[in-house]
Design a binder for this molecule. Structure first.
Ligand SMILES: Cc1cc2nc3c(=O)[nH]c(=O)nc-3n(C[C@H](O)[C@H](O)[C@H](O)COP(=O)(O)OP(=O)(O)OC[C@H]3O[C@@H](n4cnc5c(N)ncnc54)[C@H](O)[C@@H]3O)c2cc1C
Ligand SMILES: NC(=O)c1ccc[n+]([C@@H]2O[C@H](COP(=O)([O-])OP(=O)(O)OC[C@H]3O[C@@H](n4cnc5c(N)ncnc54)[C@H](O)[C@@H]3O)[C@@H](O)[C@H]2O)c1
Length: 491
C-alpha cells in the first residue's frame, strides 16, 4: 500500500511522535528491512527544529561570514558580504519553511504522515488533535518512539518575557538585522549567533554570560580563543554577569525574525544598564515532554526521558516506548539524535522479529562529536580532560599549536588555533580530542574514529596524514606525546 498523508487508517506497527530528522530515521530503520509499517505524527514541519530553525539556517548564515573572514586573512583577496543575498540563500536552505520535500521523502520511503499534535493515551496508543480540531486515535502493534525535541528556555528575569526577546528561532530566521543586540548566555547558540549577527552587520553585539568563560562545557582554551576572536571582531563580552531586569517600551509580536518592538533597556546584576534594539536569549533548552500524555503511562510530565542503551524508556514495562533526540537529553545534537534513532529503529525491528541480539547506542556516545561553527571553529570528540579525570581515568594530555603546521600556514595568514588530546594512560587510547582553529571541522571525524575504535596510540603512529593538511596535527600531537614520555614529563 502506498504511503500517504493523513491516511484513513488507525493501526501501524510503529508510531513516531514528532517528525524531526531523528524521527524520520527511526521510522525508516524500523521499517526498511523488516516490513513493519510506520507513521510519523508531526505538529509543525516534518524535519523538525534542525532543518528550519537550528542547524541548517545557522550554518547557512555562518558560512558566508567564515568565507569573508578567511578572505580577510589571505593577502591579495577581498570579499564583501551582502546581507540580503545571505538571508535569501538561508531561505532557500530552509526551503522557505516548507516541508514538501521531506513529506515526499517519507512517502517514497513508505512512511505515512499524520499532521497534528499527538499525546500518549495509555500503552501503544497516541491521540492526535488535527489542525481542524478533530481527534484521531492511533494504535501501535509494536512500538511508540518519542521524538518531540526541545524548545528554547527563557529565564525568569523580571521583564524579559514581556519584552518578547528573540530566541534561536528568531535569530536563525531573522528578516532584519538589529543594529544593537544583547545576547544572553555563553553557550553554543550565543557564540554562533553573535558571530553571524556581527558578520551580517549588527554594529553593537554584546554577550552577557554568567560563567567565567564561553563554551564552558568545552576545554577551557576553546572559549578563550573564541572569546578573543569575538572581541577582535568588535563583540563586547560581559562574563560572570546576568540580566536582572529588562524593560521594553513597546513590545510587539511582529513575527519570527523581525525586531519585536522598541528599544530595550537591560540592567545587569552589577547595575550596568545597556540599551539595545533586540535581546537574544540563548540559555539552553526545555524538552517537549510536559504535554505529551506521559501521565497516561505512569510517568511524570516534563523533564528529559530516561532511556537505556536501546533507547527504551527505563520506567515503562513491556519495551514498547522509546525516546530519541533532545527529549531523552543524552546529547542535544542532531547527529546524536539520528544515531539514537537508527539504534531504536533497529531494536524495534529486531524485537518484532524475535531476535535476541539487540543493537546498543552505548558505543556511539563515547565518541560524542561536535563542531561549534564560530571563527575559529571548535571541534571536539569524547571527553575533556576534566571529564576524563572525573571519570577516574589515569589521564595524560598533550597540546600542539595548530598554527605551526604547513597545512594551516598555507590555509591563511595569522592562523590561530590549538589542539589537545586526552589519553587514557592505562589502555593507551585517546579518549578525548579538541581542535580550535579555522577549517578544523572535518578533523573531528578522525578523532571520533580513534576514540570509538579505541585505536592504540602505537597504531595511530602508522596512520599517516597527507601533506600539507591540518590533519598533520595528529603527527605533531603524537610526536609531542612521545617526547613527553621519553623525557619523563608526566603532565
Ligand atoms: C540555533 C541552533 C543551532 C543548532 N545547530 C546544530 C548543529 O549545527 N549541529 C547539531 O548537531 N545540532 C545543532 N543544534 C541542535 C539540534 O537542532 C537539536 O539537537 C535537534 O534539532 C534535536 O532534534 P530532535 O530530534 O530532538 O527534535 P526537534 O528538532 O526538536 O523536533 C521535534 C519535532 O517534534 C514535533 N513535535 C513536538 N511535540 C509534538 C507533539 N506532541 N505532536 C506532534 N509533533 C510534535 C515538533 O513540531 C518538531 O518538528 C542546534 C540547535 C539550535 C537551537
Ligand atoms: N554547532 C552545534 O553543534 C550546535 C549549535 C547550536 C546549538 N547546539 C546545541 O543546542 C543546545 C542548546 O544550545 P544553547 O547555546 O542554548 O545551550 P548551552 O547549554 O550550550 O548554553 C546555555 C548557556 O546559557 C547559560 N544559562 C543557562 N541558564 C541560564 C539562566 N537561567 N540565566 C543565565 N544564563 C543561563 C549557561 O550558563 C550557558 O552559558 C546545546 O546543547 C548545543 O549543543 C549545537
Amino acid at each position: 500500500m502506498a504511503a500517504t498523508v493523513d491516511p484513513d487508517r488507525s493501526t501501524w506497527d510503529v508510531i513516531v511522535l514528532g517528525g524531526a530528522a531523528a524521527g524520520e530515521n527511526a521510522a525508516q530503520y524500523a521499517s526498511q528491512f523488516s516490513g513493519l509499517s510506520s507513521v510519523i505524527v508531526e505538529n509543525s514541519l516534518l524535519g523538525g527544529e534542525c532543518s528550519y530553525w537550528a542547524c541548517m539556517p545557522s550554518k547557512a548564515l555562518l558560512r558566508p561570514v567564515e568565507v569573508v573572514d578567511s578572505a580577510e586573512h589571505l593577502p591579495g583577496l577581498s570579499a564583501r558580504l551582502e546581507a540580503p543575498g545571505v538571508l535569501a540563500r538561508r531561505d532557500r536552505v530552509i526551503n522557505q519553511l516548507n516541508d514538501s520535500s521531506q513529506i515526499s521523502w517519507a512517502l517514497s520511503t513508505g512512511i505515512d504522515v499524520v499532521r497534528g499534535y499527538g499525546r500518549l493515551a495509555g500503552e501503544r496508543t497516541v491521540v492526535v488533535v488535527r489542525p481542524d480540531g478533530s481527534t484521531t486515535t492511533l494504535t501501535a502493534n509494536h512500538a511508540v518512539v518519542i521524538d518531540t525535541g526541545s524548545r528554547p528556555a527563557v529565564p525568569d528575569v523580571p521583564g524579559l518575557r514581556a519584552a518578547l526577546p528573540w530566541t534561536s528561532r528568531d535569530v536563525t530566521t531573522m528578516r532584519e538585522v538589529p543594529r544593537r543586540v544583547i545576547v544572553q548566555g555563553g553557550g553554543v547558540v550565543a557564540c554562533e549567533s553573535a558571530t553571524w549577527l556581527r558578520g551580517l552587520g549588527a554594529s553593537e553585539v554584546s554577550i552577557v554570560y554568567r560563567d567565567d568563560r564561553l563554551l564552558a562545557r568545552q576545554e577551557p582554551f576553546a572559549g578563550a580563543l573564541v572569546g578573543q576572536a569575538l572581541q577582535d571582531s568588535g563583540v563586547q563580552l560581559y562574563p560572570r554577569l546576568n540580566l536582572s531586569q529588562v524593560k521594553r517600551a513597546d513590545p510587539r509580536d511582529t513575527g519570527h525574525g523581525r525586531i519585536h518592538g522598541g528599544e530595550v533597556s537591560v540592567t545587569l546584576d552589577d547595575g550596568t544598564i545597556m540599551v539595545a534594539d533586540e535581546v537574544v536569549v540563548a540559555t539552553g533548552r526545555i524538552p517537549n515532554t510536559d504535554d505529551i500524555g506521559l501521565d497516561t503511562v505512569g510517568l511524570h510530565p516534563g523533564g528529559y526521558l530516561s532511556v537505556d542503551d536501546h533507547q527504551c524508556l527505563r520506567q515503562v514495562n513491556g519495551s514498547w516506548l522509546y525516546a530519541i533526540g533532545d527529549a531523552c537529553g543524552r546529547a542535544l545534537l542532531t547527529h546524536m539524535g539520528k544515531y539514537q534513532a537508527r539504534i531504536a529503529g533497529e531494536v524495534i525491528a529486531a524485537r518484532a522479529q524475535g531476535s535476541a541480539e539487540l543493537p546498543s547506542s552505548a558505543v556511539g556516545h563515547i565518541g560524542l562529536p561536535q563542531v561549534v561553527f564560530t571563527n575559529p571553529e571548535v571541534g571536539s570528540a569524547g571527553m575533556t580532560e576534566q571529564q576524563a579525570r572525573d571519570a577516574g581515568l589515569d589521564v595524560e594530555t598533550v597540546e600542539y599549536d595548530l598554527a605551526a603546521l604547513a597545512g594551516t600556514y598555507v590555509m591563511r595568514a595569522d592562523y590561530r588555533g590549538l589542539a589537545k588530546l586526552v589519553v587514557d594512560r592505562t589502555d593507551d587510547v585517546v579518549v578525548g580530542a579538541t581542535f580550535v582553529g579555522a577549517g578544523i571541522a572535518e578533523l573531528v571525524h578522525s578523532a571520533t574514529t580513534a576514540i570509538v575504535g579505541r585505536i592504540p596510540v602505537s597504531t595511530l603512529w602508522h596512520i599517516v596524514p597527507s601533506y600539507p593538511t591540518a590533519s598533520e596535527i595528529w603527527l605533531r600531537l603524537l610526536e609531542t606525546l612521545r617526547s613527553k614520555r621519553r623525557t619523563g614529563d608526566e603532565r
